[in-house]
Every structure is written in structure tokens, then in C-alpha cells.
Design a protein around this ligand. Structure first.
Ligand SMILES: [Zn+2]
Length: 255
């Protein structure tokens, strides 16, 4: 257990902070801080998210068992922490995104925000003029940007579906956009297909992959080899989009 030492900071609450020393991690300090939260659950678990590294553990488990758990999961934690840090750095500070000159991902590229327009609209291929006053707060800017992105998602996803439709094994009985945070798409047994509007952050190959994936569920409600053959027959290059999507950290997206 030499890899870990208790940090000097130890709140009296049920939340305790610990440090994991990790030579070679992306964080140059070589230390990952993690929080231990005591819960009523029966198992120890670890999560890396916008809240950092959080270990949840039952109240009765002694600290040394938690430390052993963290030691065992060490490489998983480091890998996810590094990935999360990198994604966060790529996307920038959320408070700075929804402001003049703020940047956010859009169709695989970057969109720069310009405030004070009469109507929210794209200018050129990479600037978004936002219809808010120059002194507007981050929340109203974010709302205006969201409305634009949602409409953009509707038209882009719609176009991509139309393009791939001749290869679908079956059409959808209903199509809609969703706001699901952890699901890019879904297909119900009744044939209702939903796509997350956040797909608009990514390039068309990613969007095409999710479309091929969900429409393949119209004939295979599983992820069997037959399902993947179906995906491939709709989109032979589906692996490119799938791999890009796997590397995405949802917590690092601006909205
Ligand atoms: Zn699936």
C-alpha cells in the first residue's frame, strides 16, 4: 500500500480525501486526489467524473480495505483520470465557453461564439452569432446556443438518416431527438428510435455510426455478431465512428 498515503486534509464529515501517487500520470503533480464517500450501499465502487475520482464504500468497511481496493483498481483509475483530464482540457473551462469568443465542439470541428447578433445564426463555417446582448450572462447564452444546436441536430441527423435509409433493414415507427446524457441513441421494441441531440458535437462518421447502430436494432435487439453484420451492411466503415465515440468523455461536453 506504499502507493497511497492519507492526505493531510481530512474533513470530519463522512467524506474523506485521500491521495494516490501516480508517477507517469498526465497530471504532472503525480498525485490524484480521490474522495471516499460512505454510503448505505453494500459494495465498494469507484467513479471518475466531473466531480473527480470518487470512491463509494459501505460505512462498515475499514479504510485499509478501501485502500486495497484503490490499489487494485489503480491502473483503471489512472487511465480514466488521464482521459478525463485530457477531454476537459480539450473542451475548455465551461464558464469561459458561453461568452464572447467561447469555443465549443460542432460537427467534429470548433464553433466560436460571437455575441450581440439580431438573430442566432452561423457565419462562415466556424462562427456562431448569438442573439443575446453583449452583457448577457452565461446561462442565457448557453440557452440560446442549445436551441441552435438542437435545431442543427434535427436537420443534420435527419439528412444523414435520409442518406442511409435505403440500407435500413426496417424503417422506424417513430423518430425523435432525446436529451439522454449517457445514451447516444436508443431503439424500442415498438420501433421508436431516439438520437441524442449532442451527436451534433461530432463529425458525420460518428453520427452515421449511431444511426446504423440503432436501425440495426430494428432486426436484432442485442449486440450479437448478427447485429454487427447488420451494422456493417448499412455502414461498412462503422468502426471509425464507433472508436471516436468510445473515446468521448460525456462529462467533458459543454452541454
Ligand atoms: Zn445497441
Amino acid at each position: 500500500m506504499s502507493a497511497m498515503r492519507r492526505s493531510a486534509l481530512m474533513p470530519a464529515s463522512e467524506e474523506q480525501s485521500f491521495a494516490l501517487t501516480v508517477a507517469g500520470a498526465a497530471d504532472s503533480s503525480g498525485v490524484i486526489y480521490y474522495t471516499v464517500r460512505r454510503t448505505g450501499k453494500s459494495r465498494i465502487a469507484v467513479r471518475v467524473s466531473e466531480r473527480g475520482v470518487v470512491v463509494t464504500a459501505p460505512r462498515w468497511v475499514p479504510n485499509r480495505e478501501i485502500e486495497a481496493f484503490v490499489a487494485e483498481k489503480r491502473s483503471w483509475i489512472i487511465e480514466h483520470y488521464d482521459r478525463w483530464q485530457k477531454a476537459r482540457a480539450d473542451s475548455g473551462d465551461p464558464a469561459r465557453i458561453f461568452a464572447e469568443g467561447g469555443r465549443l465542439p460542432f460537427r467534429g470541428g470548433t464553433l466560436t461564439l460571437r455575441l450581440g447578433a439580431e438573430k442566432t445564426a452561423m457565419r462562415g463555417g466556424s462562427e456562431l452569432e448569438v442573439a443575446v446582448s453583449a452583457g448577457a450572462g452565461g446561462e442565457s447564452i448557453a440557452r440560446e446556443v442549445f436551441l441552435f444546436l438542437f435545431e442543427a441536430a434535427r436537420s443534420v441527423i435527419g439528412e444523414r438518416i435520409e442518406k442511409l435509409a435505403p440500407r435500413f433493414p426496417r424503417q422506424a415507427t417513430k423518430l425523435a431527438l432525446s436529451n439522454a446524457k449517457r445514451q447516444w441513441g436508443s431503439c424500442t421494441s415498438a420501433g421508436h428510435i431516439y438520437f441524442c441531440w449532442r451527436l451534433i458535437f461530432f463529425s458525420d462518421d460518428v453520427i452515421d455510426y449511431v444511426i446504423a447502430h440503432e436501425f440495426s436494432h430494428r432486426v436484432h435487439m442485442d449486440h450479437s455478431p448478427a447485429f454487427w453484420r447488420q451494422v456493417e451492411s448499412i455502414l461498412p466503415t462503422y468502426r471509425t465512428g464507433r472508436d471516436k465515440l468510445r473515446a468521448v468523455h460525456i462529462a467533458a461536453l459543454p452541454l
